[in-house]
Design a protein around this ligand. Structure first.
Ligand code: F1P
Length: 341
């Protein structure tokens, strides 16, 4: 995270420098909509990015799996800024989406880790996330750094449009606190290993979150599937009552992502519903949760940055669950570093 922030923040004016972005202030003001495309963890980081762009820049934004987008003959809108996200920069579905967009005359930026990769070359500009090499197949550091890169991008768009200097400063200060707080979470690996051992007998796991918590829930469920092979589902918390509650029972624990925002009480009510069906609950929150069996308490930061911070202990949870089950975490089955077909 230090690396993605380095040299990019200007505290005095609460602005950021994104050199390769290739989007001047006039163009940035003309953006009516942002559409983010990526696959797997890159898509999930894009969901966080879309929320940050809506919150900080007040530009309508959404994310879609690039693997779907490329097959549906999308309507390409000249006032939409398209952003392709990829760790490897080689994922074929994402590359194909970029090519399709550019063929139709769209402007496409990249949020990419590998410098000079195919997606970095094919896009009109963008932000490198500087997560370093991902030593294992699954994306972890890169997911976090991509979300931070989106926070920078959202801040940039926001400051060009109507984000106040005060709010810009608040977010910048929060971003600066992130590396220390993430280090703090990583130091608690033993505590998380104990939780992983406790939940490793799950037949399936349910991950839930509302708004800021939802992309984190999705990513945590993907991480768990990728490395531990435990079946996992992720749902927006309010969707639980539209069917998935039927799955809740002691062998199907629920992991709840609970940012400390205006939805916290609503989220607690969801925990109540899960409990009433005999479900075990592991919460990720800023304080011990009465309604949960266990809580991973993470440090407080600006609430907009909660999705970035709350993803980290759940990456560790997936990793330690895989270890507890004796999986080869560096070579998860059926998973390629980059999916190029
Ligand atoms: C996308 C991705 C990863 C996943 C696995 C397969 O890769 O879906 O998120 O963990 O490695 O590919 P990328 O486009 O971000 O390189």
């Amino acid at each position: 995270v230090d690396r993605v922030l380095r040299g990019r923040i200007d505290d005095r004016f609460a602005t950021v420098r994104l050199d390769g972005l290739n989007l001047d202030a006039r163009e940035a003001r003309g953006v009516r909509r942002v559409k983010i495309l990526g696959c797997g963890s890159a898509y999930h980081a894009g969901l966080i990015g879309a929320q940050l762009i809506e919150e900080l820049a007040r530009v309508p934004a959404d994310a879609e799996p690039a693997s779907e987008f490329r097959y549906r003959n999308p309507v390409v809108d000249p006032d939409t800024l398209y952003i392709a996200v990829s760790q490897s920069g080689e994922t074929y579905d994402t590359l194909a989406a970029v090519q399709e967009l550019r063929r139709k005359g769209a402007r496409v930026l990249g949020v990419v880790n590998v410098v000079g990769s195919a997606i970095a070359r094919e896009t009109d500009g963008g932000v490198y996330v500087h997560a370093g090499p991902e030593v294992c197949v699954v994306s972890t550091k890169c997911f976090t750094n991509t979300a931070v890169a989106f926070a920078l991008l959202a801040l940039h768009l926001g400051r060009i449009r109507d984000l106040s200097v005060a709010d810009g400063r608040r977010i910048i200060a929060g971003l600066r606190r992130l590396p220390g707080q993430i280090a703090e979470i990583l130091e608690r690996e033993e505590e998380i290993a104990k939780l992983a051992a406790e939940y490793a007998d799950a037949r399936s796991m349910m991950f839930v979150g509302r708004v800021r918590g939802y992309p984190v829930a999705r990513e945590a469920s993907l991480k768990l599937k990728e490395v531990s092979y435990i079946h996992a589902e992720a749902y927006p918390a309010s969707e639980l009552k539209h069917g998935p509650l039927a799955l809740i029972e002691p062998a199907v624990p629920t992991v709840a992502v609970l940012p400390e925002d205006e939805l916290l009480e609503k989220n607690r009510a969801t925990l109540e519903e899960v409990r009433a069906r005999g479900g075990r609950i592991l919460a990720v929150a800023h304080s011990e949760q009465e309604k949960a069996d266990r809580t991973i308490v993470v440090p407080r930061n600006e609430v907009e940055l909660d999705p970035i911070l709350m993803g980290v202990p759940l990456q560790l949870l997936a990793y330690r669950t895989a270890l507890a089950l004796g999986r080869d975490i560096d070579k998860p089955r059926n998973l390629a570093k980059s999916v190029t077909v």
